[in-house]
Design a protein around this ligand. Structure first.
Ligand code: GDP
Ligand code: MG
Length: 666
């Protein structure tokens, strides 16, 4: 596989520019070649007789010569090929793809004044010029094309079959999501097997009382749900929104509603804990109205059911509703095709190696398939269902543990079956490289820190927000912090609390922060080890406080930073360009005289031609004679150059000014 990305970047710009214009007139220096040939003629051919010369020639050369003498001009009639060009290519490879000799390509480049070895890497633009020059057509392909056709190939309508719905349970913390998942699972497992469920699996299937299966997946949080969606995996068909009847609609309930709505996934409201004496299911219904969720009993179209995870009340009814909703959605997939799916979770198992829970979405996954997920690939060694039993196939909506990956993929990675190991390697290597490049771009700098946030968001118009994830030791202080932060908000800036909760900072807090570029705040709590590692890895800032006042102060400062600063311009002086010099290595330098005020290096400048501003930028060089100076006084002459701008002309006026930022605060 070509390591295309590693082409020396410096090569390309040097190459591209001189080649383009010269190609129009390729035979620029024929004189030298002619001279050379004549030289060779005098030394060898002139002394040798014609016959003797003929004998040393090869058969092919002889044939060529006779053809030439017969006047056959088919030597020019080469096959024109369609050459596939990646973003970068070696000269050797380019020559191969054109079925030309490498030396011919090198010669062509040499004629443009470019010296190259056959192993040198050139960019696609240059390669295209060469190929067209040699009479071929090109097809440019991007490196990302290796992923082409991996997902979402359409299926014929008659191949589609009904598949089970995939359900995610969401809701506020402690409203009983885990309990409900467990209760449904336990109620559904034949009693004899009940004791057997020990291992945790991120997804499982149960049978609905109306017949048919229902798949439940356990995403660790709303952020995970959205993160999966962000990566292009639409996993969930139906969201069950759990709301505790004794607690009502809480912030994460609202968050879940917006996540589900954003994904365009229908919701079923499960009002949980109705066994509790202080349960007020009616209150839940009316509270939901505020968030545009109108349940059936209030005349809306959102299905609802009162349940108790603890007492296993109405679980069947919930399953029935899911089946009904699924019927409305008319979910279908083609089982007779290579599988596609999504990684629900993955881990490294000490005994079994990388284990990924994969939800198959289309097609059928089978033992022996070669699969890719993210930057990992493998051959499926075993498929294990939610009961811990080995299976040979996994069809649509079937969750299974997959053994055989080379490394653990990430939750949310899309899984696809590919035809060969080579393809799998090509794809994962490409993704790996991309990941590395992205990491390099991101650098070591933190991605979201309060300081960064100011500069990042400054550019965006409208209401600016400081997204925060807040964890505290007790509910009281968390509420106090949220209230205090809310009061800070103005029309222009506001703190947006993505999530506030009690307890240590967990890995899922970091994921949530990552998804929204938020800063995590710990009030009298600390981050778990995994969370700390994740925050370092992802560059998410965690700030610890033990005094609310300090916390609020810092956030206030960050928010003040988001207030667009007022810019004030101070005029420094004007200069007139007398002459423009072209200095090698430096570029264009304007020789000027300062007409009034002063010129200062590093300050902002405008280039004015006929009273029109033609360029705004900064001064890169300011010289008096040979010396670099910081200020030039009126009447003096000086040399000036701009950052990233060359087109100055004699007679232009350079205006120098200082820009001051005046910070605003709340
Ligand atoms: P999660 O944070 O949404 O996953 O909530 P959990 O499933 O961990 O439940 C939080 C608490 O609520 C636990 O102590 C459960 O025992 C309790 N709980 C869950 N469902 C019910 C229920 O239907 N009735 C009662 N009384 N308690 C419940
Ligand atoms: Mg839970």
């Amino acid at each position: 596989v070509l390591r295309r990305a590693e082409a020396p970047a410096a090569l390309t710009p040097r190459l591209r520019t001189p080649l383009a214009p010269k190609l129009v007139a390729p035979a620029v220096k024929p004189a030298k070649g002619a001279e050379k040939q004549r030289g060779r003629l005098t030394v060898t051919s002139a002394t040798a007789s014609d016959d003797g010369d003929e004998r040393t020639r090869s058969v092919a050369a002889f044939r060529r010569r006779t053809q030439r003498m017969k006047g056959v001009v088919e030597q020019k009639e080469r096959l024109s090929r369609e050459v596939v060009l990646p973003e970068t290519i070696t000269i050797q490879e380019l020559a191969n793809r054109m079925s030309e000799r490498g030396v011919d390509v090198i010669k062509l480049l040499m004629r443009q004044g470019q010296m190259h070895k056959i192993t040198d890497v050139i960019d696609a633009d240059t390669a295209e010029l060469i190929a067209t020059e040699m009479g071929h057509t090109v097809k440019r392909v991007a490196e990302s094309d290796v992923e082409e056709g991996l997902f979402d190939a359409p299926d014929a309508d008659d191949a589609l079959q009904t598949r089970p719905p995939v359900v995610t349970i969401m809701g506020h913390v402690d409203h009983g999501k885990t309990s409900l998942l467990d209760a449904i699972r336990r109620a559904n497992v034949v009693s004899g097997e009940a004791g057997g469920i020990t291992q945790h699996i991120g997804a499982y299937q149960v049978t609905s009382p109306l017949g048919g299966l229902v798949t439940f997946i356990d995403t660790p949080g709303h952020a995970a749900f959205t993160a999966m969606r962000a990566r292009g995996a639409k996993v969930t068909d139906i969201v069950v929104l759990v709301v505790a009847a004794d607690d009502g609609v809480m912030p994460q309930t609202v968050e879940a509603i917006s996540h589900a709505k954003a994904a365009g996934v229908p919701m079923i409201v499960a009002i949980n804990k109705i066994d509790k004496p202080d349960a007020k299911p009616e209150r839940v219904r009316t509270e939901l109205l505020q968030y545009e969720v109108q349940v059936e009993s209030l005349g809306g179209d959102t299905l609802e059911v009162e349940v108790s995870a603890k007492q296993k009340l109405n679980l069947d009814k919930l399953l029935e509703m899911i089946t009904l909703q699924a019927e409305v959605l008319d979910l279908k997939a083609n089982p007779e095709r290579p599988a596609e799916g999504t990684v629900i979770e993955a881990r490294l198992d000490r005994g079994r190696g990388p284990v990924a829970t994969v939800l198959v979405q289309r097609g059928t996954l089978a033992v022996g398939n070669i699969i890719v997920a993210g930057s990992q690939w493998g051959r499926v060694r075993a498929l294990i269902d939610d009961q811990g039993a080995n299976c040979v196939h996994a069809g649509p909506s079937f969750p299974a543990e997959v053994l055989g990956f080379s490394g653990a993929p990430e939750a949310g990675d899309r899984v696809a079956v590919v035809e060969s190991e080579a393809r799998a390697r090509e794809i994962t290597e490409y993704r790996d490289r991309q990941k590395r490049e992205q990491a390099a771009v991101r650098g070591t700098g933190a991605r979201s820190s309060l300081v960064d946030m100011m500069s990042q968001l400054k550019a965006t118009a409208g209401l600016k927000e400081v997204p925060l994830v807040i964890k505290g030791d007790v509910q009281g202080s968390v509420e106090a912090i949220c209230a205090a932060l809310e009061n800070l908000g103005t029309e222009e800036v506001a703190a947006r609390v993505l999530h506030a909760g009690v307890g240590g900072i967990t890995e899922s807090d970091i994921t949530l922060a990552e998804a929204s570029n938020a800063v995590v705040i710990g009030f009298n709590v600390r981050a778990h080890k995994e969370a700390r590692e994740a925050s370092e890895r992802l560059g998410i800032e965690i700030r610890y406080y033990n005094i609310i006042y300090n916390l609020v102060d810092d956030i206030k400062a960050a928010m003040s930073g988001l207030l667009a600063p007022t810019l004030r311009e101070t005029m420094l002086g004007n200069a007139e360009i007398l002459e423009v010099f072209n200095i090698s290595k430096v570029g264009k330098v304007a020789g000027c005289r300062v007409t009034d005020g002063t010129m200062e290096r590093g300050q902002h400048v405008r280039l004015i031609r006929d009273n029109v501003v033609v360029h705004e930028g900064k001064l890169s060089t300011l010289k008096r004679f040979k010396d670099e100076v910081s200020v030039v006084q009126p009447g003096q002459e000086c040399g000036m150059a701009f950052e990233n701008y060359q087109d100055m002309r004699a007679g232009d006026v350079i205006e120098c000014y200082r820009v001051e930022e005046i910070k605003r605060s709340l």
